[in-house]
Ligand binder design. Sequence first.
Ligand code: MN
Length: 723
Amino acid sequence: MHQTKETLIQKVTSYNPNADTDLIAKACDYSKEMHEGQTRASGEAYYTHPLEVAHILADMRLDADTVITALLHDTLEDTKAQYDDIRKAFSDDVAMLVDGVSKLTKIESQTVEGKQAENFRKLVLAMSEDIRVLLVKLADRLHNMRTLHHIERDDKRRRIARETIEIYAPLAERIGLHNIKEELEDLSFSYLNPEARETITNRLSFLRKEGGTIVKNIIALVTSLLKEGGVEAEVTGREKTRYSIWRKMQRKNVAFEQLSDIMAFRVVVDTVEQCYHVLGIIHGQYPTVPGRFKDYISTPKPNGYRSIHTTVIGPENQRIEIQVRTHEMHEEAELGVAAHWAYKGGSKDVYKDSKTYRWLRELLDIIDVEAKPEEFLENTKLELFDDKVFCFTTKGDLIELPDSATPIDFAYAIHSEVGDKCVGAKINGRITPLNTKLKNGDQVEIITAKNQTPSPTWERFVVTGKARSRIRRYIRQQQRGEYLILGKAMLQKIFQQEDYKFTDKAVAGVIKQFKADNVEDIYVGIGSGNVVAREVFKAIFPGHMTATAKKPKDDDDPSQVKPGIPQHKTSSKPLAIKGLIPGMAVHFARCCHPLPGDRIVGIVTTGKGVTIHTIDCDTLENFADTPERWIDVSWDDGPDSPEAHVGRIEVTISNEPGALGTISTVIGKNGGNITNLKITSRSLDFWDMLIDVYVNDTKHLYNIIAALRATPEITMVDRARGR
Ligand code: MN
């Protein structure tokens, strides 16, 4: 059952007959001797761990040095072995590699919070000055995850699982190790969200019972179809991992059954020509799902990945995803960067000549291997500031941008006009906030509108000089107009509160007092925050006893809300919204129930302050002709304690006993709190309802929706919009 020195040597010689088996045997013995007396959490001898790690790398057909490094990877850190011992007993290369892995293990002990994860990933990449160091580290992590159940403390298991899903799975993905990425994610998922994983497991086994051997049937059908068309191909199919199904359910508005990605099929052929032939046959037979076709053969992903992806309505009316590739592409996709290190009997320098991994090599080149760990962190951060991301246009053009670039930078990089008119962006087909940081390989589609103009808030997150200068130029032109409207609305609000009729003429009387040239200057002063609105009011009506003067505590007392101010929210309490002028009343629109995480916009309503809508709210059409009332706002993700917001979902449930109870249990389990429930229609079989839930943000709401989607009694669930 357990792997041994002999099975390892057998495995390596099977793909590399010239491997130095004596040296591998020596590394096994050395590792065993050094770790003598140490045990794993499972109680087994420690040596079993490096041996298993070496086997994982041998399965990837890596060179002997990598396998030996795996055997020795914990000796420098955990035993009396010294760098020079390893150098003398093995080689300079092996000592360098083992040292590299040990350095990664050292920085691993630094705690990493969510926001730092991306930097940490880059750091790990940057510190893996030889890619084989990273390969050993990933194999090490994979074996530790496979044996994580032996760790007794739940919090420790969860910490390791979180670190794995945030740092190591994305790293594996980035260097093209798709299988390792999936296994790391799925193992982490089982510790981080066992309930969700179990729900999906149950649903999958339910589907299997219903559909029997759907996967097998489809493989047989596709194989014979291709044969008829004259193509000999290897067709394989499988269910996707539970974690990837869960992610899709969170991200997309589709029910469990409609997820095409529950099953994935792969057609492997000999030549590129055959790939397109296969595609022709499949598209000729089955209707395609629009927007799902991706040709990564003519435009490979930045990590070098090549394949054709398509989704069709296949046999038995199932939406199925099909990948078509050659054997060579398949090997690369399975092994990623490792394919270039895999023993092929040739030169080991393929990796260094490969243009495909240029970005990775550049990243590796930036670090000074002699620096101290603290300096590493410092330098790496500085250098990475200039790092690049590569993104694709919808046409497949590659756009190179600095790290942290956003869709706005992308839009301006395409054309100034595109930037100016940008209203939204789709990243990999999903509508995404404009301040989202782009990642390598993202496909970006910019949505424009004729009447759109640059927003001042963009300046906070753009990183390219071109975008910044265009936005600034526009702001200078527009700011005055915006301040004017805001300032006037604020002053109007005070007039209304105090029961006075607002006129420009009244304000004209105090122009000199405020050293202004005209009334507009006063409004601009108020709007820009340089003049206090109430001071202007006091100047106009010096004898007026304001409500504030009569009752100083008025503002803090919710029962004393003055007419004209919406009751749900007043600005007396700091709001989690940026882009507003202090003193304006704010409330959240009831049509769209904006949540932190939504892209939002404010609409100025005379006498009522600002109403916050989501950017995609249908109601906004009513304000299309009055762009001057729109103000750009965003959520303030500052350190304030999270505030509960009302999110609204629409649900269709089957009319059976206990269905309602199940809904409230699922929502409760996921940290939501139902505040209101309204049945909108009820038939014999189904009930439609709207449910208001207190949640922290959109992510929280979508977690709840995903959990509800996995609940059998629920036939439809989605976020309610514009009702
Ligand atoms: Mn280890």
